[in-house]
Write a protein that binds this ligand. Structure first.
Ligand code: SF4
Length: 266
């Protein structure tokens, strides 16, 4: 893809500007693929399954090509706006960024999100261990197929719920870390706009938690012998969700381009 083609795509009004900034990157399940420039670029670059294989050399080659074009565009845009990109990153900035990263990572929300991701792994590992030894004895409502877990029969609802949990398992942490880092950066350089990137990232994390809670609710009905462990996970997630809502009181009101409607009455 060359620079001009990239610009042509960027100018296409069918795409919603910045929609990909506050999505969950689950393109397979996204209702806005036809309005997302990121998706269009990815589809052009990686039209087949083979091209999406992260182990495929062609994938990385194409990705570095996109990186090159993006950098060219960035330089051009910076020149037009009179911004000296080289002057932006000083040693002091780098130190501050490192410090912000550390502070964000140590925040209670991040620690809880990390603990949640571990709880999820532990739960799946324990189900896998038990299922290998005692599958026949367990009083499952149904035998289900859990990707990478056990030799059960396929059941769509449960499989979907497991997919949801797995999709968001680490994303919650990643988005919260970005949101918390954003708060620190916004304190150093206050923005004029009302909408803050930190709130946008926190909202994505909150939605991931909402959906994970629903998914665990579904999984619980299939795995009654594991109810107590599932309730522990749910409790942890709910506490984290409440904590995040306190730390980011405006996050739920953040309007994600494309996904949320602007309330004209407010
Ligand atoms: S907006 Fe939808 S299609 Fe675009 S990157 Fe996000 S999930 Fe994928």
């Amino acid at each position: 893809m060359d620079k001009e083609h990239f610009k042509m795509l960027a100018g296409n009004p069918k795409f919603i500007t910045g929609i990909y900034n506050y999505c969950d990157r689950w393109c397979e399940r996204c209702p806005f693929t036809s309005r997302c420039m990121n998706f269009a670029i990815a589809s052009e670059q990686f039209p087949d399954q083979e091209g999406c294989d992260i182990n495929n050399e062609a994938f990385w080659h194409k990705l570095s090509e996109t990186f090159r074009v993006t950098l060219e565009l960035l330089k051009e845009a910076a020149e037009e706006k009179g911004i000296d990109l080289d002057a932006l990153s000083t040693e002091k900035d780098a130190e501050q960024e490192k410090l912000n990263e550390e502070i964000a990572g140590n925040h209670e929300c991040c620690r809880m999100a990390k603990a949640y991701a571990d709880m999820v792994d532990n739960w799946f590992n324990s189900v896998q261990a038990v299922s290998a030894q005692e599958q026949d004895d367990l009083d499952f409502k149904a035998h289900v197929e859990i990707p990478n877990v056990g030799p059960f029969r396929e059941t769509d609802a449960c499989e979907d719920a497991v997919e949801v949990v797995r999709w968001y398992q680490h994303q919650i942490y990643v988005k919260l870390r970005r949101a918390l880092r954003g708060v620190l950066e916004e304190k150093l350089e206050p923005l004029d706009e009302f909408a803050k990137d930190s709130d946008g990232s926190a909202k994505v994390a909150l939605i991931a938690m909402d959906r994970s809670i629903s998914a665990w609710g579904e999984i619980r009905t299939w795995f009654l012998p594991y109810e107590s462990e599932i309730l522990d996970i749910l409790m942890h997630l709910e506490l984290l969700r409440r904590k995040v809502e306190k730390v980011f009181p405006d996050a739920r009101a953040f309007i994600r381009p494309g996904f949320d409607k602007v309330d004209l009455n407010s």
